[in-house]
Design a protein around this ligand. Sequence first.
Ligand code: PMP
Length: 351
Amino acid sequence: MPLRRALADLPPYVPGARAAVGAAAYKLSSNENPYPPLPSVVAAVADAAADLNRYPDMYASELVEAVAAHHGVDPAGVVAGCGSVAVLEHVLAAVCEPGDEVVLPWRSFEAYPIAVRLAGAQAVPVPLTPEARLDLPAMAAAVTGRTRVVLVCTPNNPTGPAVRAPELAALLAAVPSDVLVAVDEAYVEFVRDPDAADGLAALREHPNVVVLRTFSKAYGLAGLRVGYALARPRLAAGIRAASTPFGVNALAQVAALASLRAQGEMRTRVDAVVAERARLLAGLRAQGRTVPDSEANFVWLPLGQGAAAFASAAAAAGLLVRPFAGDGVRVSVGEPEATDLLLSWTADLPV
Ligand code: PMP
């Protein structure tokens, strides 16, 4: 069977390492929430399990209504999907014609170039600044007559910094109004920089903005796969039309709803991760290491060719981290014990 040419040189998406069964290790390789699901979420999932012979609500309407109320937006502008990666695929499917260009930061989330290629579009990667930040002026300059989408990852996975509000405002002022600016805010709940860009505020002012959010990180539901897009209703209808029917399963729908209702508990957990992030950043920097600012639940070590060796040695020490060959290592912020182990293990390593 001939396969599409787009598949031939698709870049890899290597999932974060998992511990061998029974092995003692902290999994700091996939930016997950280290805490187990909340009791209210587990109870909602258990209740919903009794109805699994039925299809779920096709567009997750109860969840969509709750998300809309949470953000103070029109439910017609909310589209849920099977993880925000799937929602991004649906966004691209809704707006890209074959050969269109998608400007994206690089290095950034490794799913981007894959999703762009699968949408039949052409990725135009724009290098980060030396501080591992998105270079929005360079991204604006990379826009051509073929550009359909500009992807903005804030905070940027895997490097950590968030885009600042004036930078996003300048990008939106620079790009034509028929170019979609997709603001991926997967880690937004961990942001503490008061000057960080706010995708939702940008969407209120600019119809060519779509914001992507997920329940996988702060809400701790990575295993259930739920994310959503916030957009103007006309674009949202297009994304919905391009999405998988019944794409959010029944358990994911009730779990996300229950999580949304547990804002206080979610915030307490996020605050704990943010406190660990500060401790980890300060500890690594005190050892003389270069670590960019992070507004997310991970930190980035720009180790270049040393990335793979660092990750293997970390695994042997009981720390599963995520190497990006030849570039750096991303370490998710986990339990305080994981921070302790990481700081004591790195204390003996050469800088
Ligand atoms: N966007 C970014 C920037 C991410 O880092 C991730 C997760 N690694 C996602 C989206 C995907 O999240 P989800 O689990 O909702 O598909």
